[in-house]
Design a protein around this ligand. Structure first.
Ligand code: KG4
Ligand code: ZN
Length: 390
């Protein structure tokens, strides 16, 4: 089965073609084509992602990316697949809010044969709704053009599956033991999710305010680093540890560490960092030390809550996913402290390239649900949901 997968939930426009062999969860996957355009440079000067700008950029990038992914997959043949009058009208209607995109897609169709795609998977949430709608409407239009089904995908389920997708060895999902616990840490989310079995998710903890990645990005800003500064804060922190710098602020809070539940809160920690700096001009040494103090505080809370959740639910696996899971220090601390308390647990992190947003993970999650979504009429009712929950 050849899957065309689309992801536009935030600031990456991503399209891939993934060939799935076998049934979920024992299938093997081959990435035939993978195209991604990151809008980060466009948003960086504003210090954050503007939904209207993200939407515009997705609409601009998505047809060229479709072409690139299909071409890489060797599924792009010159020819004509121009829809007839009524199909054309329906595609224009589906993309009525993106007339330039309708035009680009119809132009593409007029010069290419229908590719061998059996299924479309698309992120329908959570994320920025205007951004999500571009991917959703594009998926609908392609479904009309090619007469294939669309599977709506939850972005967070994508992150979970990305973390257990082993690209290096066998291109398959790891045979994880249940119950599994997922720690999802990204720019938009901080969640603990219990997985009693494949495809079953129960949110057992979440952030009450800022997400971890958001806190990293805000601290980066305080340190004068460009958006998104999470990775840079972590690099500074690593230098402080190497140079054994004394703390800049040795009593930063560990929010909700002893709250007795599995929720998080990071906005107070970020505010403490801001107050610690006040009006001072930080030296490079100060910046490194403060970055380390902050990363220590965040990590301690993440490790403690994951560990408490694993103890409470008897987790056999810990799956760490989302953009912040690229963080080396958080990985190290989870491996040493979490595993010390749960030696029988296996801990999974995403392969490089699959921790940040991508469309491979959306193909995996769509494949998981492909057998339940075989009603072609359902395409009509696809919608984006910014707050979609697992
Ligand atoms: O999952 P992701 O690509 O997008 C969202 O769905 O949000 O995550 C992006 C977030 C940003 O906040 C970025 O600063 C953060 O992940 N991030 C990091 C690191 N790499 C990316 N935060 C801390 N340490 C890192 N190494
Ligand atoms: Zn994400």
């Amino acid at each position: 089965m050849n899957i065309l997968s689309i992801e536009t939930s935030c600031d990456e426009t991503a399209i891939s073609v993934v060939a799935a062999k076998g049934e979920f969860p024992t299938a093997t996957y081959e990435i035939l084509g993978n195209a991604l355009f990151s809008q980060i440079d466009i948003h960086a000067p504003y210090g954050g992602v503007f939904p209207a700008v993200a939407k515009r950029e997705h609409a601009k990038a998505i047809t060229p990316l479709l072409q690139t992914a299909l071409n890489e997959a060797e599924l792009l043949e010159k020819g004509r697949h121009s829809p007839d009058g009524s199909a054309r009208a329906s595609i224009i209607k589906t993309l009525e809010r993106e007339p330039d995109l309708a035009e680009a897609l119809l132009t593409f169709a007029a010069s290419h044969d229908q590719p061998e795609i059996d299924l479309i998977t698309v992120t329908t949430g959570p994320g920025l709704e205007p951004a999500l709608w571009v991917g959703v409407n594009f998926a609908k239009a392609l479904a009309e053009l090619w007469n294939v089904h669309v599977v709506p995908v939850n972005h967070m389920e994508g992150h979970i599956l990305a973390s257990i997708f082993n690209v290096e060895t066998d291109d398959a999902l790891a045979p994880i033991k249940f119950p599994a616990l997922a720690l999802l840490i990204s720019g938009g989310h901080t969640e603990l999710v219990l997985m009693p079995d494949w495809g079953r998710y129960e949110k057992i903890g979440t952030t009450r305010d800022d997400a971890v990645g958001e806190a990293f990005d805000k601290v980066a800003r305080v340190l004068g680093l460009p958006y998104p500064g999470g990775a840079k804060v972590s690099q500074l922190a690593a230098l402080a540890r190497k140079e054994q710098l004394p703390p800049y602020k040795d009593d930063l809070p560990r929010p909700m560490l002893r709250s007795g539940d599995l929720d998080f809160s990071f906005s107070g920690l970020k505010t403490s960092v801001r107050y610690a700096v006040g009006e001072s001009v930080l030296s490079e040494t100060d910046k490194k030390a403060l970055a380390r103090d902050f990363e220590d505080a965040v990590t301690e809370v993440l490790v403690a809550k994951s560990s408490a959740a694993a103890a409470k639910y008897g987790a056999q696996s810990l799956i760490v996913g989302g953009g912040v899971s690229a963080n080396t220090f958080i990985r190290q601390e989870l491996v040493s402290h979490f595993l010390a308390e749960h030696p029988d647990c296996e801990v999974y992190f995403p392969n490089p390239g699959l921790s940040t947003d991508n469309s491979i993970m959306i193909a995996l999650a769509g494949h998981a649900h492909s057998t339940h979504s075989s009603n072609p009429a359902a395409v009509k009712y696809l919608r984006a949901d910014g707050n979609k929950s697992l």
